[in-house]
Design a protein around this ligand. Sequence first.
Ligand code: GDP
Length: 453
Amino acid sequence: MDTQTIAAISTPAGEGGIGIVRVSGSKAYEVADKVFRSAGGKRLAEIPGYTALFGAVYDGQERLDTAVALKFKGPKSYTGEDVIELSIHGGSRVLTRLLRAVLGAGARLAEPGEFTRRAFLNGKMDLTQAESVMQLIHARSDSELRMANAASMGLLSRDIEKLLDVLSELAASIAVFSDYPEEDLPQLDNGIFRKKLLTCQQALNEKLSRYDTGRMITEGIDTAIVGRPNVGKSTLMNLITGATRSLVTDIAGTTRDVIEDTVRFGGTILRLADTAGIHNTDEPIEQMGVDLAKARIGTADLVLAVFDTSRKPNTEDEQLIESLQGKTVIAVLNKSDCRAYDYKPLVSAFPTVAVSAREGTGLKELEKTIGQVVGTAGFDPSGATLLGERQRYAAVTALSSIEEAIKTLDSGFTIDAVGVCVDDAMQALCELIGKRVTTEVADQVFRHFCVGK
Ligand code: GDP
């Protein structure tokens, strides 16, 4: 590990009341003492840790600003090393000059995320906690903040460690059995093995589903509004977004491509896409719109399938229903103000909400049903949640190795073969929390950090 003393401006660019230059490493006190002079003449190197000195910072003989220097003693610091934080006024020029002076005094400029990287390498936090730091900085909602805090307290790592305990117990008994075949050990109990593997499978499935729900809460639910022409898709879109963005007309086929908008709808964020009316057409441009709509159904987290209850259900509605199998769908029975036909038998497979997009009724019910259907309604953000694609990928890899282990066990292969799968699963889970992680993985994580963090 690189042990050079590093420094960076740790507060955001721009003007503010306070700006901080952070210095970390074995020479932190020595470097800071070259640029900071305390009012009482004390040196940072000689005062106890966790105390502050008031004084001024200098670039050579030039006084830059009044300052407060705060001393942390390694290993009880953010990075685990000796750290000095120099707080001055938050102006970009004065901070840049101070940083330059600190670099001139013997520190080197920190790379993005290097303070947190050092904290990780010095065992102050594991990888999931390090990643939660970025999540916390980027949090825009209370839910994101709570998810980041849960991870920073190590809740996720604790859950993953529990799975690792179960798997290492399995791995250990497999190892004993295969290393001492001549010892006449009692036969391993496949039933117990299977049960433990199933517990791990269930736990990982639960984590992955929480991840999807958490992602929908933080990034919004990718929602496609679909239906045949003139059922009221654009009117519904406009009602939800509160703006007349999609063109609403009586002429079928007005929305030719996809119109998108992101709105907060009750407790959730919807990334709405109003699509062209799905119907059978010979018109090539219209057909393109229909194809785009169908593609949107394929990728959406949620489909709002709109039906016009003032008109009789037809084969196009039936075809639409068929194309929605396996998707998360809410059937929106529109035009409830002039309802004439019963659509319930047609949409019996899906939760339904009656609305009048024109009159603006039924929205509350729609809001509630969305929360229930996608799982955001009952989601507790303070539980342990996977943060980010890296963690998700590790969990998916572990899950597929566990599923492979169950399959291997069930098809009567030797216990060694099951052991290989268990080892693979453990490797993936170790990577998730940063145990036995390669430099490339660490690089990948910290590359996304800002300088000074
Ligand atoms: P789209 O082709 O599915 O996007 O449908 P539009 O939103 O363009 O609406 C088609 C027609 O239905 C327009 O004349 C709307 O005013 C009308 N419409 C939409 N929603 C309602 C509703 O809830 N009640 C009634 N009576 N008419 C509606």
